[in-house]
Design a protein around this ligand. Structure first.
Ligand code: MCN
Ligand code: MOS
Length: 764
């Protein structure tokens, strides 16, 4: 039986705090009370503690490692290094269609490829004993010449396949253009810095492995662990019910977790391995250094005629992370001629990785600052220039947008900010010794989609549980999935239990690429409809039910009961219906795969990136859009930059929970302020050591750095983009922020900073 459903979200909330309502985070109270257990907080009997030792040279070989003192230290159970014969098998990386963030396998050889690489593991009865013993290990190396800096002639740029974009005759058109602007735009190494550092517990029992791991993707982690350990993935269970932030670095499981797994197998004990904060800076990479040479050619009236773009990012010596700096450049504006190449530079560094909007983030920085330069050269308003070059369809794919409310974002943002009062000339707004500047920029993030599954269980007591292996990294998955089920099942969303982050639950893709909300709300919505239909079938087919043999379309589901549409006292509660029909529970399971998909596809979608659908699938190009407006004050004497206010207007399609979406957008804007003004991994040019590998020296914004941030939602449901009409949220907020701040700094000071972060030395 099937029931027809009005378009999701078109019905009123009815007090259920269903989709569209500003419900508070379901897990918020637990998190602030410390009742949401993180991976390393799992208490297990007989737990052993592991500490990693990292290399202190950037390139070479381990000649000798003295582990005697460590082995004899109190409480030590084992010391492992490359000579211990621990086998970890290769796992497929993201860059080759798998799920591992790095190809690197710790302790498999004497090779050292970066400063801070894992080279030994100490396991002891207590953390203190393991830490003490780890400090007693001394290592002799034979060093090799290292390539630390991208300018090093040893570091030959390598063309990255599949990142070349070109149409028209870009180079000659640029040369012939009436007006040209451009330059070199750079971003430094940046680090994700989630509040919860990486730490896991591995427990190997009878050939099966359970791993408590802070993860954006338990399905991917399980796949990689099974490859590392060469066991069937059915023998691996990964749990990640609560995560204290990831921002990309928990998207793929990192190599230290392999050490916890092998140590647990060797010692036949559960092993906890937590990285120290400094170790997180070299155990996995943040956003790589990027470098973009970008030139825009235009007519004197401001019509773009050409864009020419060359870029690179650093990556590891023997590994690949691509930060596609041309992911926004070809999309944003209508230019008849375009050319862009991206390259990789291999250095002695840990493989860089995903960090909020990899690609879109640096890409928007270059194009959005360059557009501001063009506007100032032409003495045009920056929004007027953007509107003049507005791309009415996707210029790269040559197909229509699924929706693009960017003009609405410009307008709403400008209005809220008071942009029309902005003088065109820089250095014109001054308050005493404070130079005031107003800047803006656009942002975008693609709508990525991977099919997924969901399960809803109606328990014997009438309570409803939504189950998914998808995770909530602080974003709101728990909350919006309850809201999605409440929308269909018509019960208060806070009465619905949501269970997440366990590979035993319904398969789900990564909470990455800002896709999970759309993926899982789609799957849960479908599953809730199936549950509702199953309940109605049961009610009309169960003798003794007050609804026995009633035509199904006359039945409504609300407030935990089924009833006749016209007669509300002819009803049966869900618990009573289960009892009467002799069911202990009722389970609905649905997915968003096509009919042709088999088990293999379902597994692949949940354990590799191979099933991710590109934003241009289906003849339309689906992206979220934003316009960011910033006011800065730059101290004329000290060169200090303060962001005084910021307005972001966003088109993320339909918003499932406005409160949580605003929180995501604001979080992105805060992170963008950090990127613009503070964040920079300092790399010692002599030995590749990260000099500021801690949160005292690697600066991220604190409350005092953050002014009032205003967000405006200009999105409308986009059912061409996703099943329930939402578009990407999680990463959108950061895109364009650094450009808007740099543009505001120019407006304040007349100085164009193309090199992040914008620090005092660059302004004085
Ligand atoms: N949302 C909504 N309506 C939509 C889409 C999303 O209400 N149409 C809200 C929901 O509350 C949802 C959240 O926004 O839970 C994020 O949804 P989505 O954009 O689908 O992003 P993901 O769930 O895939 O989360 C990952 C994304 C990424 S890729 C990074 S990086 C990032 C981000 O989320 N890391 C974060 N935001 C983060 N927020 C926190 N607190 N911690 C991180 O590590
Ligand atoms: Mo987000 S960087 O795609 O995990």
């Amino acid at each position: 039986m099937s029931t027809t459903e009005t378009r999701p979200g078109t019905q009123a909330d009815k007090g259920y705090q269903a989709l569209g309502s500003r419900r508070d985070r379901a897990d918020g109270r637990l998190k602030i009370q410390g009742l949401a257990p993180y991976a390393v907080e799992k208490s297990l009997e007989n737990l052993a503690y592991a500490v990693v030792v990292q290399s202190t040279i950037p390139h070479g070989k381990i000649v000798n490692m003295d582990t005697d003192k460590a082995r004899q230290a109190p409480g030590v159970l084992a010391v492992y290094n490359h000579e211990s014969g621990l086998t970890i098998h290769p796992a497929k990386t993201f860059s080759s269609g798998g799920a591992a963030a790095q190809a690197f396998l710790p302790l498999q050889s004497d090779k050292v490829l970066w400063n801070g690489q894992h080279i030994a593991l100490v396991v002891a009865e207590t953390l203190e004993q393991a830490t003490e013993a780890a400090a007693l290990i001394s290592t002799e190396y034979s060093g090799e010449e290292a390539a630390i800096h991208p300018d090093d002639p040893k570091a030959e740029p390598e063309s990255s396949e599949a990142t070349t974009v070109s149409w028209g005759e870009a180079v000659p058109s640029l040369a012939a253009a009436e007006v040209q602007v451009g330059g070199v735009y750079t971003t430094p190494r940046e680090y994700n810095c989630p509040i919860e550092p990486h730490g896991c517990i591995a427990h190997w029992q009878n050939g099966e492995l359970t791993l408590w791991e802070p993860s954006q993707w338990v399905g991917g982690a399980r796949q990689v662990v099974s490859e590392w350990m060469a066991i069937d993935s059915a023998k691996v269970r990964v749990l990640s019910p609560y995560v204290g932030g990831g921002f990309g670095c928990k998207g793929g499981i990192q190599p230290h977790s392999a050490l916890a797994c092998v140590a647990s197998r060797e010692l036949d004990r559960p092993v906890k391995l937590a990285l120290t904060r400094p170790q997180t800076f070299t155990a996995f990479g943040g956003r790589p250094r990027t470098h973009q040479q970008l030139a825009l050619g235009a007519t004197r009236e401001g019509q773009l005629v050409s864009i020419v773009h060359e870029s690179w990012n650093e990556t590891a010596l023997e590994d690949v992370h691509t930060e596609p700096c041309n992911s926004v450049t070809p999309l944003m504006y209508a230019s008849p001629n375009f050319q862009s190449h991206h390259k990789l530079i291999h250095l002695n560094t840990v493989n860089p990785g995903w960090m909020r909007a990899p690609g879109e983030n640096p890409s928007s920085f270059a194009i959005e600052v360059a557009m501001d330069e063009l506007a100032s050269k032409l003495k045009m308003d920056p929004i007027a220039l953007r509107l003049k070059n507005y791309a009415e369809q996707d210029p790269q794919a040559g197909i229509p947008w699924s929706s693009r409310r960017l003009k609405e974002a410009y307008q709403a943002g400008a209005e809220a900010f008071g942009w029309h009062q902005r003088p065109l000339e820089p250095r014109t707004l001054r308050e005493g010794r404070q130079l005031i500047g107003w800047g803006m920029a656009s942002g975008t993030y693609p709508v990525r989609r991977t099919p997924g599954e969901a399960q809803i269980v109606l328990h014997g007591d009438g309570s409803i549980e939504v189950q998914s292996s998808g995770v909530d990294i602080g974003t709101g998955t728990y909350t919006i999935l309850a809201q999605t089920a409440a929308d269909v099942l018509h019960v208060p969303s806070d009465s619905i239990r949501v269970t997440l982050g366990d590979t035993r639950l319904a398969r789900a893709p990564v909470a990455g690429g800002s896709q999970l909300a759309n993926v899982l709300t789609g799957a849960v919505h479908k599953t809730a409809l199936a549950l509702r239909d199953a309940l109605i079938t049961l009610a009309v087919g169960t003798p003794g039910s007050p609804l026995f043999q009633v035509p199904p379309e006359k039945i409504r589901l609300a407030d935990g009961a089924l009833r006749l549409e016209t007669q509300s006292d002819t009803r049966i509660s869900l618990a009573e219906l289960l009892r009467l029909s002799g069911n202990e529970e009722l389970v609905a399971h649905q997915d968003t795969f096509g009919k042709e998909a088999g088990e293999e596809d379902r597994d692949a979608a949940a354990s590799t990136a191979s099933m991710m659908i590109p934003p241009t699938e289906g003849g339309v190009s689906a992206h979220s859009w934003s316009a960011i407006f910033v006011e800065v004050a730059v101290d004329e004497d000290f060169g200090t930059v303060r962001v005084r206010r910021m307005v972001g207007a966003f088109d993320s399609g339909r918003v499932y929970n406005p409160k949580l979406t605003e929180s995501q957008w604001i979080g992105g804007m805060v992170m963008g302020i950090g990127q613009a003004l503070l964040e920079e991994g300092m790399i010692d040019s002599r030995d590749g050591r990260i000099m500021n590998a801690n949160l005292a020296d690697y600066l991220v914004p604190v409350n005092a750095d953050i002014p009032a941030l205003e967000t405006i939602n200009v999105g409308e449901p986009d059912f061409l983009a996703t099943a329930l009409g939402g578009k990407a949220v999680g990463e959108l907020g950061i895109v364009g922020v650094a450009a808007a701040i740099s543009n505001a700094v120019w407006h304040a000071t007349g100085k164009r900073i193309r090199d992040l972060p914008i620090t005092q030395d660059k302004l004085l």
